[in-house]
Design a protein around this ligand. Structure first.
Ligand SMILES: [Zn+2]
Length: 406
């Protein structure tokens, strides 16, 4: 009898195990693929992104909301899949123990001093950017770049058996694949980076992502787009340097977008487009100076352009273009009062607010604005990013899982 009971239990176990396996097989082999840019404020100890902002707490909160919106925008257009980075646990052999360590190295955004963080855990698809502010020299509004990395491994020097050595080699190779490549096949990758903004009281910022800057204001959103672009490797990576020859950029996607090799500003490094290079706001036909040239004019806003996005592609990112509502004339991800101002400015003048693509700005475009009105929402973030097919598959498998659980 006891044997029978055991057999029953076993068979139930097998059944339930097989069922679980079926569910897991549907759920997990189709990962959502998109980069998640996370902003880390732990070095913003003067609280520029809060109550310590020179222009007050409201300005600080506005700066933070705008920076988060820009990070979300990039997260939405980058569809790479990054592995996590995690220090392996020690390997304990019969006679000896092998340990690992890795370092994230970057400039403290508040002081500029080098910081080394040991054995951070970076989640799958996470790209972590440390943010802060300090007084930057001259007319500099921001700095940004990817972080560096280092690793080491050590034992007590006694030694391991051959079978143990094989296991250690495998652990080591897996660890470095995460750290050096995030398990990407090619192109730029890193654990993240750092950006900093100028907090000099003489610098007049427009922090509001939903409002264009006044004629004498520096647009924070524009600088955030530029510096996070650097943190993602634009102008500051081996992959960029390989394509920057002489004073031109030779990336294929960038050349296709621009029509020829793209001139660079070199003073002395060649990490920017030449001053004044023109493109279109990414995902639109609206002309705009590229975000990654060396300057932004006071009183103007610059978003990521198709040329900047092409350079992201050239250095190895997978990029999808956002699509905007036709009545989102200022392409900030919503249809609101600012778009009406835009429409009023060009009404009967030209096709700058041409929602129905008939070559003018008229009453029909006003009706479309009215119909599509959303009100102000965080800038950029709500621009619809077309889902790559893997996202669609992920969503489908999720539905399958839910119905099976029921
Ligand atoms: Zn720059």
């Amino acid at each position: 009898m006891g044997i029978d009971f055991g057999a029953t239990v076993m068979s139930r176990f097998h059944q339930s195990w097989a069922f679980s396996f079926l569910v897991i097989a549907f759920c997990f082999p189709l990962p959502l693929s998109a980069i998640n840019i996370t902003l880390d404020y732990q070095y913003d100890t003067n609280n520029f992104f809060g109550a310590g902002n020179p222009d007050g707490a409201t300005a600080g909160a506005e700066a933070r909301a705008t920076l988060e919106a820009v990070a979300d925008f990039y997260s939405g257009i980058l569809t790479d899949t990054f592995s996590s980075i995690q220090t392996p646990p020690p390997f304990v052999g019969q006679l000896d123990t092998q340990t690992w360590e890795w370092s994230a190295i970057f400039s403290n955004p508040q002081t500029g001093a080098s910081i080394t963080l040991v054995d951070e855990t970076i989640a799958s698809d996470e790209y972590r950017i440390y943010v802060g502010a300090r007084s930057l020299p001259g007319s500099t509004l921001g700095f940004g770049g990817p972080g560096g990395r280092g690793w080491s491994t050590s034992s007590n020097g006694i030694g391991f058996f051959p079978g143990e050595n094989a296991q250690i080699s495998q652990i080591h190779a897996d660890f470095l694949a995460d750290l050096d490549y995030r398990e990407e096949m090619s192109g730029f990758s890193a654990w993240g980076g750092a950006v900093t903004f100028d907090n000099s009281t003489s610098t007049n910022w427009n922090y509001d992502g939903n409002a264009q800057p006044a004629y004498n204001e520096n647009d924070f959103l524009s600088v955030a787009v530029h510096e996070i672009g650097h943190a993602l490797g634009l102008g500051v990576s081996d992959e960029w340097d390989l394509l920057a020859m002489g004073t031109n950029f030779f990336g294929i996607a960038s050349q296709t977008e621009y029509g020829s090799q793209v001139p660079l500003a070199c003073n002395p490094g060649c990490g920017h487009w030449a001053e004044g290079i023109s493109s279109v706001v990414f995902g639109t036909a609206t002309s705009q100076e590229a975000a990654m040239d060396p300057t932004v004019t006071q009183g103007t806003r610059k978003q990521l352009t198709a040329l900047d996005a092409a350079a992201l592609t050239d250095i190895g990112w997978s990029v999808v273009a956002p699509s905007y509502d036709p009545a989102d004339y200022d392409t900030d991800g919503d249809v609101d009062a600012a778009d009406l101002v835009w429409l009023e400015n060009w009404y009967g003048v030209n096709d700058n607010a041409d929602a129905d693509s008939d070559g003018d700005t008229d009453g029909n475009d006003f009706l479309i604005w009215q119909r599509n009105y959303t009100g102000a929402v965080p800038p950029l973030a709500s621009a619809t990013v077309p889902e790559p097919s893997s996202l669609l598959l992920g969503a489908m498998s999720l539905l399958l899982c839910l119905s099976r659980r029921r």
